[in-house]
Design a protein around this ligand. Sequence first.
Ligand code: ACM
Length: 686
Amino acid sequence: MRTPQFLLCVSFFSLFAMAQTPSSLNLMPMPTRVQIGTGQLVVDQSFTAVSTGQKDARLDSGIPRFLDQISRQTGMQLNGQPADASNATFIIRAENAGRKVQELDEDESYTLEITTSRATLTAPNALGALHGLQTFLQLIEPTPAGFAVPAITIQDQPRFPWRGLLIDVSRHFIPIEVLERNLDGMAAVKMNVLHWHLSDDEGFRVESKRFSKLHQSGSEGQYYTQAEIRDFLAYARDRGIRVVPEFDMPGHSRSWLAAYPELASLPGPYRAGRIANADTVMDPTRDQTYKFLDKFIGEMAALFPDAYFHIGGDEVNNKPWDSNPKIQEFIRAHGMKNNRDLQAYFNQRLQKIVSKHGKIMVGWDEVLHPDLPKTVVVESWRGQDSLAQAAKQGYRSLLSYGYYLDLIWPAARHYAVDPMTTTGGAPALTAEEQKRILGGEACMWAEYVTPETIDSRLWPRVAAIAERLWSPQETRDNKSMYRRLDELSWRLRWLGLNHESNYVSMLHRLAGTDDIAALRILADVVEPTKDYTRTEVFPKPPVKRTPLNRLVDAARPESTVARQFAELVDTYVQSDYKDAAAEAQIRASLVKWRDNDANLQPVLDRSFILAEDKPLSQDLAALAAAGLQALDSIDKNQPLPDAWRTEQLAVVDRSMKPRANLLVMVAPPIQRLIEAAAASHQGAKP
Ligand code: ACM
């Protein structure tokens, strides 16, 4: 029975709900259309959900998984399913049957309507329904009246049909269970393609029954059996995710050549793994190569049901072709101009094989060549222009340039990259050409990730790319994105992602003690070096087995503490140095950082892995001290001498250059304070 007290609560919360705006909701990606209603639907232990539409195995498993997820998110066991649908709290209806193999052009839209008494989710098929369930999960919040979702109507659909994530499992093998929890993360942010980079120089990761030496010689025992792959593909399908395999060729193929040197352009022997000799490429001039690939692709095409098949095609090292006279003779004899034409010849023959086995070929942008049929999908990674150029020439295309998560960029930098933005020399596209841009893929190349660290290199940043590919183009406010990203990040823990928990574990291991307070203060403000500037300085090779257990591996790709500190300094500067609350917070941080070094040095002294981080801790203290001096100078309007400024900026400079492969990310905002203090010396605040 509803008590008067309860009714009072409801009306109070109606007011609260009315004050909400779509951008204050913790939804990521942001839906296409959101209309906030009045009141809320309580999600308590009596909450039930049933499917009343087309039967679909993905909903048969997806709805219980959704209810389990509610239990995990709320810590509350639910009572169970209702006897009949009319009593259910949540009615889910997929109007049509889905396709047997998930396809690129399926309608992924859904409509979610939540009133104070009931929720309804309708979708053309199970894919949209699965997306709607994820939206519902993100709406659940604790409120004074219990866990609840707001009364709301959401109509949602993706901007692009291909919203992918590439995971490289060759450089470091990533076990199935790690991939599975990341598929759960992908589903949570409505990504729908796993691009599985299964072979490269370093390792060949799939069991081949026809050519068993591939996985036997090319993987050091680290590969997926075909049975494991089938289970994994079913897991992905259940979550509305297509899996596109990539077997990179003719370059990036040393692991194949270790097993079958007869495929190579130069005599072997070859060895898989991270070794210096990368001059390995298949021989495109021999019919034997294509006979092999026909059988191999036939086997893999049967194993992977998706319509698309990625053949790589990137970064072909031309040296072996140049130094093999027979190959150069073949080029001349066939009227080709150069190695590029030879690769196009290879791709043409490969495309026929891929097509014969019922698949559509995808390749990196190096494959773009007038001789290639227009059915090929081109994935742009070297620059955005090739995306538009491919579309202009009639090819469908995908954007990965700008979405490389291994470059350790901040989320905002990825978020700013839009597949529809024509850059530089790219031509403007007609509506017809624009339709050829299918979407994009975030890429997680695995030179510097392990099963332990991969979650932290993916999450939460990949969600910003997921939003770019799902939400309307106008959804581009960084502040809103970061607010929602921070909220999403802790929620992802309930999917088993360890991007946050492994940070603490790794700091403990580095310090070798329970007391990581001082180490954490330093770790919280550093980031791994950007782009491809990471170098292994410690310990010495063998590179293949270099432990990824240093502070650079524990550190967050994007420091939330540094970002928030920079925002605070911005607020303070914008207030013309008058915002006392902001200044007080800035001071508190600076004092903490200044005093941390004395506490941290004994910890750094104790651990051989941490010794390399001593200068970083010292510089953090020096920066903080400079920041405090700057604040005092600004407050008192007492200028600081130029010599002081020069001295402090040297510390800033040093802090933003990689040491131990780390950057001290609070250096730039502290630099602003230093400059302000020095400008006051010149008689005017900047
Ligand atoms: C690539 O990054 N070589 C596709």
